[in-house]
Write a protein that binds this ligand. Structure first.
Ligand code: F0G
Length: 383
């Protein structure tokens, strides 16, 4: 069956009510898991691999969710006979790229509108929705300001909201967990999964996916899930850093510029779902099966550069995961015989500007990043 490729290999698990004709396949899913070389594994003291979700069609993991959301949307449009539907999303740059790509493939009656925080997406990310023919609105402020506008639109108008509040997105993104589980031969004992956390849709989907496999008896152990946040945007970390669950209190934070710019979010909309799934995870996997780590901007950049100088194609958020692994090791949270799978959520090329700033030592002061000269001296641009 040609429709059931990529993430739709797991059709029965995530989208059984869909009709196959509504499935939109642009090559999403089935992304490679690339193991770290001996140098990195020895240096880190843990064996690990990156799952390269930057090898999805719009170069980030968002395509998993969009493929599923657009399939459901096609079904809705067909059933209701709508002649025009605006799809809207707020974005730090990757949701918008994916939304615009799928909308452009389906075409009429869908029209894509994306809202981006002005100056806070990379040039490559900005060019993606424009290239797919979407209407791009740049808003002064940060992602959270864009999110308020689209939530307001969705409450008052008939628009299709494509942020991860949309549960079809989460269903599609569960495929990440299914693919990891399959790669591990359905044996997740001793496996740790590291996920960067922004609006918290990804970690929600990853936990939900593993829980689904467990409920169905497909896996007997859950992996351990580690969320990772930069100290410049860490509301989920702040919440879980309070040891006693009864004393935890959720507060949005004011974000400051982060190299993990795609995850620079102070008030993640999926936070309630993280809480829900984290409780379920801990009920089955016990204490330590779900944790959130905080890393510095410096650690994120050093980790991204180090990974990519050893054969990977990690974005800054992938670097964030690797920094999280090192932090987990430092804190004694992970044992040497465990194996970590790090989510390289987007392609390195979307974030090459940060890499250029590293090599030219030109980070604006607010990031607080100075290059590690043992890493940064190596590449030379000779003209
Ligand atoms: N990594 C990348 C490359 C992202 O684009 C995002 C989120 C995240 C990690 C964090 O994932 O939000 O599910 O917790 N990007 C969204 C966007 C917010 O608009 O592109 P999350």
């Amino acid at each position: 069956n040609t429709a059931l490729r990529g993430i739709f290999r797991f059709y029965e698990l995530m989208a059984p009510v869909l009709e196959e004709d509504d499935i939109v396949y642009l090559g999403e899913g089935n992304t490679p898991i690339v193991e770290a070389n001996d140098h990195l594994a020895t240096k880190t003291g843990i064996r690990f691999a990156f799952k390269n979700d930057g090898q999805n069609p719009s170069a980030s993991f968002k395509d998993r969710g969009m493929a599923c959301a657009f399939a459901y949307l096609k079904a809705l449009v067909r059933k209701n006979g709508w002649d025009e539907v605006l799809t809207v999303c707020a974005s730090t740059g990757d949701t918008s790229a994916a939304a615009a790509l799928y909308a452009s493939h389906i075409g009429s009656p869908l029209k894509s509108v994306v809202l981006l925080p002005h100056g806070k997406v990379t040039p490559q990310q900005l060019s993606q929705p424009l290239g797919s023919g979407a209407t791009v609105l740049e808003i002064p402020g940060v992602f959270d300001d864009c999110m308020k506008v689209v939530e307001n639109l969705a409450e008052n108008y008939r628009v299709a909201l494509l942020n991860s509040k949309n549960s079809w997105r989460i269903l599609g993104q569960e495929s990440y967990a299914f693919e990891v589980a399959q790669w591990c031969d359905w044996d997740l004992k001793g496996k740790c999964v590291f996920v960067p956390v922004g609006n918290a849709g990804n970690i929600t989907a990853v936990m939900s996916g593993f829980l689904k496999l467990h409920r169905l008896g497909i896996i007997s152990d859950l992996p351990r899930v580690f969320g990772v946040q930069s100290h410049h945007a860490d509301p989920v970390y702040q919440y879980y850093s309070v040891e006693d669950p009864a004393k935890r209190e959720y507060k949005p934070v004011a974000v400051t510029p982060s190299v993990a710019q795609a995850a620079m979010i102070g008030n993640p909309v999926s936070f309630p779902r993280v809480k829900h799934f984290a409780e379920q995870f801990e009920a089955i996997g016990g204490k330590g099966s779900f944790q959130v780590l905080q890393v510095t901007e410096q650690m994120i950049m050093d980790s991204m550069i180090e990974a990519n100088m050893n054969g990977h194609i990690a974005c800054t958020q992938g670097g964030e995961c690797y920094a999280g692994l090192k932090r987990a090791k430092e804190l004694g949270l992970i044992a040497e015989d465990e194996f970590a799978i790090l989510d390289a959520t987007a392609h390195a090329l979307k974030f090459s500007g940060f890499q250029d700033m590293y090599f030219s030592n030109s980070f604006p002061a607010e990031f607080g990043v100075t290059p590690d000269t043992s890493l940064a001296n190596a590449p030379q641009l000779v003209i």
